[in-house]
Design a protein around this ligand. Sequence first.
Ligand code: SAH
Ligand code: F3S
Length: 443
Amino acid sequence: MSHAATPRRYFLETWGCQMNELDSQRMAGQLMQLGILPTKRPEEADVILLNSCSVREKAEQKVYSSLGRYRRFKQDRPSMLIGLCGCVAQQEGERALRRVAELDFVLGPARVGELTELIARRRQGERLVATGFPAQTDYAFDNISRDGIYKGMVTIIEGCNKRCTFCIVPQTRGPERCRSLAEILAEVRHLVAFGFLEIELLGQTVNHWREPDGERDFADLLDAVARVPGVERLRFVTSYPRDFTPRMVEMVGRHPNICPYLHLPVQSGSDSVLRRMARGYTVDDYRRLAAALRDARPDLALSTDIIVGFPGETEDDFQETMELLRELQFSSVFAFKYSPRPGTAAPRLGGDVALEVADRRLQKLLGEQQEIQRRLNRELEGEVFDVLVTGWGRQPATQSGRTPCHRIVHFPVEGAGTTLGQVLPIVIERGNPNSLMGRPAPG
Ligand code: SAH
Ligand code: F3S
């Protein structure tokens, strides 16, 4: 009897935004084509990939502490390869190889498609750094190991040309590059053909998409994707407030399969802070946009990002942010303490906010936002939503899913439950600050 060869394994850890999530799926796809399968145990892996985020200092520290842990596994498995990927890889380049002797290669976010080649070259002895932003890159979308079966992520625009003074992303993800309409539609059709119900268009400034060498903008793209038969839910992240045109608002109102959920980072409720962030809009501009969107889609849930403790933020500035939260009633808020990043302009602005002050503001904001969400979610009690079933709950015999407005719903099930990726009408029985509890609607 012959022994089956032990399959080779990869372990992949991912931090950060949806773009990183998708990059991880692209890397996993390449490894699986080489016959290397996933494992949850880094110590038994042949390839370890760390897909890092550098948007705040804490995120960056996390990758180095993981690296510190995994490098020790190499003592028992000298053939193990460890690769640093993602935004820290782009940022650190050669420096990472010098700093960590056990590191085999460094792979920047714009070079994800070259993983297979990098592994082959490493096996021949080279320690490599693949960073930077080549003009031409291959994007093999049929080779992505999609996570789950209900949501397919489609990059439409890579990089960012804005210069928000706090943000490191333009350095780590490079200048803006738009994919062609034909390529985007081909990927959407491919996903729908494989049974994906939900399409999520991705970009750092997703609504700044323009057709390369063409006339069409994001409103045309939304229109085209929403019309693809089989696209049941269409979402896009992240929109830049200033880039939202009236035609885009109109599309959000026109197509029922565009989800009534929008992530629209405001960052601050104070004009003077927004100016120093170089965001290019005022609080009033943002208010008007939010109102136009809610006019177009009365059921729209709006979420946002807020930075507290930005250099020069006064108590009055912060109070303006709090007032904006009360006024706009966001369905969720991602709030962060400002973190100075290398190569950005904000650290030179002066007016540093003491850590305790920033901490207190963050806690105050999060506390009050919880109450807002509790109230908003209670108002949904008794309503019926079409819930896309996405997983099993922590409690036995429960499942969870998402409403069209992207709220998480938990509900009890009988027997084998509902197949993941199906849509089920659920009546909401209780609204908590961060989730809804319901049960299958009778009948
Ligand atoms: N283009 C995307 C991604 C930006 S990073 C967008 O507009 O959402 C995601 C969020 O992280 C930002 O919206 C901002 O709120 C936060 N962020 C970015 N840089 C930061 C920094 N230096 N300190 C604290 N939060 C930051
Ligand atoms: Fe960052 Fe501003 Fe671009 S937050 S990703 S520089 S839009």
